[in-house]
Write a protein that binds this ligand. Structure first.
Ligand code: ADP
Ligand code: AMP
Length: 218
């Protein structure tokens, strides 16, 4: 099947970005990461970036109206007409309700929600060890998936960077925000009958297999 809208849910470090990149390539649909869009805006010091910067540095969520505006604009682009992946959005019940209305208005069906479940003990190590290619966005991990040459992307030789918010104090805040504001979405989507839970504790290839398998049955 070829789903219209896929939502990747899960704690920070669960592997949403890693898996969304795989699934996006597989189905040839865009991956929309609100975190990536916000980080790019912060780097370019746009008005959006200036509005989001302090919240991101504190490990708190950016206001709903800001992220909803970003998503609405991005989803209106032509490459989204056959479907798209929302990675890291929605993260609050208000955002989830916004998605429901937006998809209905655009004539997309109900979203399929993939919840990647990972034990809390693994998340800290995954996040403190994360490195991202500054050119192509490929995701590495110094403990679990190191590049062949330290600090350099295997794919394009780009410089690997460590995210400023992947430090222990900010990670704790982000996990707290996840538990308080995002975890209730599991119940929300379970109630809608659109939730699929996937074991994210295995190695990335196995997780991808589990996800694609769930998608083929959905
Ligand atoms: P999220 O987008 O959910 O925050 P990422 O996809 O960026 O998570 O993954 C967080 C870190 O964990 C990255 O360094 C990534 O390489 C690593 N990682 C992702 N999936 C796995 C996995 N299945 N096993 C081990 N490490 C993983
Ligand atoms: P991520 O890249 O998904 O880990 O997100 C990094 C940071 O961007 C988060 O800690 C938030 O500050 C902000 N952010 C990303 N997506 C959202 C969202 N859907 N709602 C609110 N804030 C977000």
């Amino acid at each position: 099947m070829r789903p219209h809208a896929l939502i990747f849910l899960g704690a920070p470090g669960a592997g949403k970005g890693t898996q969304a990149r795989e699934v996006a390539t597989h189905f040839r649909i865009p991956q929309i990461s609100t975190g990536d869009i916000l980080r790019d805006a912060v780097k370019k010091e746009t008005r959006l970036g200036l509005a989001a910067k302090a919240k991101m540095e504190a490990g708190e969520l950016v206001p709903d109206e800001v992220v909803c505006g970003i998503v609405e604009e991005r989803v209106s682009e032509p490459d989204c007409k056959n479907g798209f992946i929302l990675d890291g959005f929605p993260r609050t019940i208000a955002q989830a309700k916004f998605v429901d209305k937006m998809l209905e208005a655009k004539g997309h069906g109900k979203p399929l929600v993939l919840d990647i479940e990972v034990g809390e003990d693994l998340l800290l190590k995954r996040l403190t060890g994360r490195l991202t290619c500054s050119v192509c966005g490929e995701i590495y991990n110094i403990y679990f998936n190191p590049p062949k040459v330290e600090g350099i992307c295997d794919k394009d030789g780009g410089k690997l960077v460590h995210r400023a918010d992947d430090n222990e104090a900010t990670i704790r805040q982000r996990l707290e925000a996840y538990h308080k504001q995002t975890e209730p979405l599991i119940q929300y989507y379970r109630g809608q009958g659109t939730l699929v839970s996937v074991d994210g504790n295995k190695d990335p290839h196995e997780v991808a297999r589990g996800l694609l398998d769930s998608l083929s049955k959905a």
